[in-house]
Design a protein around this ligand. Structure first.
Ligand SMILES: NC(=O)c1ccc[n+]([C@@H]2O[C@H](COP(=O)([O-])OP(=O)(O)OC[C@H]3O[C@@H](n4cnc5c(N)ncnc54)[C@H](OP(=O)(O)O)[C@@H]3O)[C@@H](O)[C@H]2O)c1
Length: 318
């Protein structure tokens, strides 16, 4: 059987890198699109055996270039996403206009399937521009192309993430960690390997017109997540609930940094639980169980942030 050719957008991210490893090991050929082939080359070249991975540089979403790529693929996977707006990177362009263009092209070239990564909880958090743009992107895909699969993950974590690793670095530096909304917002963190297994299964499945919520085995509040991280790196910190107005002010300041830890828009998102809605199928419903537990998994890489570890604060006491 001829192996499927996969066209992958957003290949250099946490999910993309893990997906390339999984798919190329299973003999899929991947064309990975990036804005900077030299930077991406260093990250991606070790993810696959020779012959299974081709890197293509695309600085802008040029429709003619996308035509060329789309006509040679059977599956297109879109992992491009941003957490905050900077310079010309607007939510609308990335989360709505790009999926619109890709799904139209998927339809024009009659490819087998378009798999798109959206996010959990976007229907309830509509006051957030991030959530609204993700929702608009989903609507465009559904209108343009019938063989779509939309995956909506909760927080995705691993040693490669921007979430647990950033928080463990922060815990190392700060004596007090702020809690937004009293730390009560709930999440169902899913390990990147479990999510990548779901994407892999979706490629050959007969599912189409599917919106699937992707969650891990637990529901943890933001406070419980922090407590697990503290326990795992063996540190004690004050978890301080911040009144909303102060949280908003801190987000206003933090969002000015080049890689902000928190923006006003993220603060709006944080207000809503990030767990299964019951409105859509989730991975457990269709037999794709994600059994990796948060604490067990972070224990495997958190040693880097414990006292004496590579990323621990050298001047820090417990
Ligand atoms: N990680 C999570 O916790 C999580 C949770 C829910 C949903 N998701 C969604 O899952 C998808 C993948 O997440 P991830 O964590 O792997 O993301 P990531 O690590 O932030 O990577 C994002 C990718 O998007 C590309 N990108 C960013 N801005 C771009 C732009 N202006 N033009 C073109 N490409 C751009 C980057 O590619 P280059 O720099 O190589 O061009 C990068 O490979 C995203 O859609 C995200 O919203 C993630």
């Amino acid at each position: 059987m001829k192996q499927k050719e996969i066209l992958l957008f957003g290949a250099t991210g946490q999910i993309g890198r893990n997906l390339i490893r999984k798919l190329t090991k299973n003999n899929y050929k991947i064309t990975a699109v990036t804005r900077n082939i030299h930077r991406a080359g260093y990250i991606l070249k070790t993810q696959a055996n020779p012959g299974y991975l081709r890197l293509v540089e695309l600085k802008t979403f040029n429709p003619e270039k996308i035509d060329e790529l789309m006509q040679n693929c059977s599956i297109c996977i879109n992992l491009i996403g941003i957490l905050y707006e900077k310079k010309k990177n607007f939510f609308k362009i990335i989360h709505s206009d790009l999926p619109d263009l890709l799904s139209k092209k998927a339809n024009d070239f009659k490819i087998e399937k378009f798999i798109h990564l959206s996010a959990l909880g976007i229907e309830t958090a509509k006051e957030s521009s991030y959530a609204l743009s993700k929702l608009q992107g989903e609507d465009k895909i559904k209108k343009n192309f019938k063989n779509y699969i939309i995956l909506r993950p909760s927080i995705v974590y691993s040693v490669d993430d921007n979430f647990t690793t950033q928080f463990m670095s922060l815990i190392n530096k700060l004596p007090i960690i702020p809690l937004y909304y009293n730390g009560g917002t709930k999440f169902s963190p899913i390990h990147v390997i479990d999510l990548v297994n779901i994407i892999h299964k979706m490629i050959d499945s007969r599912y189409k017109q599917l919106t699937l919520e992707c969650v891990g085995p637990e529901e943890l509040s933001f406070k419980e997540i922090l407590q697990n991280l503290l326990l795992s790196i063996d540190k004690k910190r004050i978890l301080l609930p911040l009144p909303y107005q102060i949280a908003k002010l801190s987000a206003k300041i933090l969002q000015l940094f080049p890689k902000p830890l928190l923006t006003e828009d993220q603060l709006k998102l944080l207000k809503y639980d990030n767990c299964i809605s019951g409105k859509y199928k989730n991975n457990f419903d269709i037999g794709l169980e994600s059994l990796r537990e948060f604490k067990n998994e972070i224990d495997k890489y958190s040693y880097n942030w414990r006292t004496g570890g590579q990323f621990a604060n050298k001047n820090n006491v417990n």
